[in-house]
Design a protein around this ligand. Structure first.
Ligand code: CA
Length: 242
């Protein structure tokens, strides 16, 4: 996510755009403004990158192969994700603009557009920040998790920092609370297509999360292993699966 040149604290922007030339123009211009930019070339990779990543803003094309921008935004909003979204669309019809805002978008720009206007809107959305309150704050097992600050505060007030994978796995399991989340889903959404960690790597991240969250990490009551399949999170304490 961080190109050479972007400062470590630079705002992070995910660009989901299937037109390669457009994607590169946006990347170059955003990077020139000092932002850290990640580009995803289709809807499925875009949604996975959004879910996995820590973007401060998502620039989301509407017409995308795999899954369209409206559907992606609706799904992320349904999961409680309040990251600001700027829709880009070749379609300028009024009903599309309304649809974009109804899908949870924060702004809407019709192609072709002038780059200075695009950059001003990006800046304005970042300044505004997450507009819907505290969707990035989760209460998990009595702990306060801040997905933006990448921190977890235990019931006794101890502050712990979450690593990228810890944050990703926790977020995914909490979003799908009560469901068994297969390892493959965890790999896709937390690691993406560019890495092939061993099962052991996932186990180690979950073990660390248990040490942070579980009253007794050796007898987990929130983060359950479902042998041979994956993991399951339950908000209320529950004994191990038989
Ligand atoms: Ca497109």
């Amino acid at each position: 996510m961080s190109p050479a040149g972007a400062r470590p604290d630079a705002p992070r922007i995910l660009v989901v755009e299937d037109e390669a030339v457009m994607a590169e123009v946006l990347r170059d211009n955003l990077e020139a403004e000092g932002y850290a930019v990640e580009v995803a070339p289709d809807g499925l990779q875009g949604e996975a990158a959004w879910r996995r990543g820590a973007a401060d803003l998502v620039v989301l094309d509407v017409m995308l192969p795999g899954r369209d921008g409206f559907a992606i935004c609706e799904r992320r909003r349904a999961a409680g994700d309040a990251t600001p979204v700027l829709f880009l669309s070749a379609r300028g019809e009024a009903e599309d603009r309304v649809r974009g805002l109804a899908a949870g978008g924060d702004d809407y720009l019709t192609k072709p557009f002038h780059l200075p206007e695009f950059l001003l809107r990006v800046e304005a959305l970042l300044r505004r920040g997450a507009p819907r309150g505290h969707a990035h704050r989760l209460q998990v097992a009595g702990c306060d998790v801040d997905l933006r600050a990448w921190t977890l505060t235990r019931p006794d007030g101890t502050l712990e920092h979450l690593g990228e994978r810890e944050r990703g796995i926790l977020r995914l399991l909490v979003e799908r609370a009560g469901e068994v989340v297969p390892r493959d889903d965890i790999l896709d959404e937390v690691w993406g297509d560019d890495a092939f960690p061993s099962s052991r790597t996932i186990d180690n991240v979950v073990m660390r999360l248990r040490r942070l969250l579980e009253p007794d990490p050796s007898t987990p009551v929130h983060l359950h292993t479902v042998w041979g399949v994956g993991y399951r999170f339950t908000p209320e304490p529950e004994g191990p699966l038989k």
